[in-house]
Write a protein that binds this ligand. Structure first.
Ligand code: SAM
Length: 211
């Protein structure tokens, strides 16, 4: 991904996907766990024999984490901008026959699409009877204390419905961490040293969308 190798003046990758990767790598270091795929897979506790489709798989790291865990079922990822091991395709026309997978995952994808209902219909088409569809999205706690300390509170008035699962990784965020993380959102801020470190958390909310 040549675009991902370019950097902004602040030293962050130029593309959104590379910035997401840089942010996740930083959060993984702070968590001491692979964020978010390691914690998400722990929470889902998928049976190792199940065939899994990761829709909007991005850089393919969830697929690699499943492989690392010795997942025995078929593991497939699709994305219009595919990373290593990910097939090029759009979720609105999945290139698979009906009833191909036991599990379909949308990780930080569905909320960003213009037509999530169509994507969900496609997911259900390729799902086997009795299968699982999971949607994971960043939750309202996601780095809230960090943004508040920076004077840039995010997501006021969160009204997300209750999730089936909440995946949380507690973090201690220093001023340097805050500066880096904010930069991955394409923003710069003055960091007041006396406001950091803060106790914070990265969070995913996970909903079951199975039929
Ligand atoms: C925020 S990234 C999340 C990537 C990965 N699931 C993760 O959590 O690291 C959103 C992903 O959705 C993909 N995407 C956008 N439109 C799509 C579509 N129509 N079908 C499938 N994926 C799509 C993007 O290319 C991008 O990789």
């Amino acid at each position: 991904m040549a675009d991902g190798r370019r950097q902004t003046a602040g030293g962050h990758p130029a593309s959104a996907s590379a910035r997401l990767g840089a942010r996740d790598a930083w959060l993984s270091r702070l968590c001491g766990r692979a964020w978010p795929e390691g914690l998400l897979l722990d929470a889902l506790s998928l049976s190792p024999a199940l065939d899994v489709l990761d829709v909007g798989a991005g850089d393919g790291r969830l697929l690699r984490e499943l492989a690392r865990r010795g997942h025995a079922g078929r593991v497939v990822g699709i994305d219009p901008t595919p990373g290593p091991g990910v097939q090029p395709a759009s979720m609105v026309a999945l290139p698979f026959p009906d009833a191909s997978f036991a599990v379909v995952l949308f990780v930080r994808v569905l909320a960003h699409l213009p037509d999530p209902a169509r994507a969900l219909a496609e997911a259900r088409r390729v799902l086997r009877p009795g299968g699982q569809v999971w949607d994971a999205a960043h939750g309202p706690v996601h780095l809230r204390a960090t943004w508040a300390a920076l004077g840039q509170p995010l997501a006021p008035g969160d009204t997300l419905p209750e999730s089936a699962l909440t995946v949380t990784c507690p973090l201690t965020v220093t001023g340097d961490d805050a500066r880096f993380l904010l930069g991955t959102y394409g923003k710069e801020a003055e960091v007041s040293p006396h406001l950091f470190p803060v106790q914070d958390a990265a969070q995913l909310l996970v909903w079951s969308l199975a039929p």
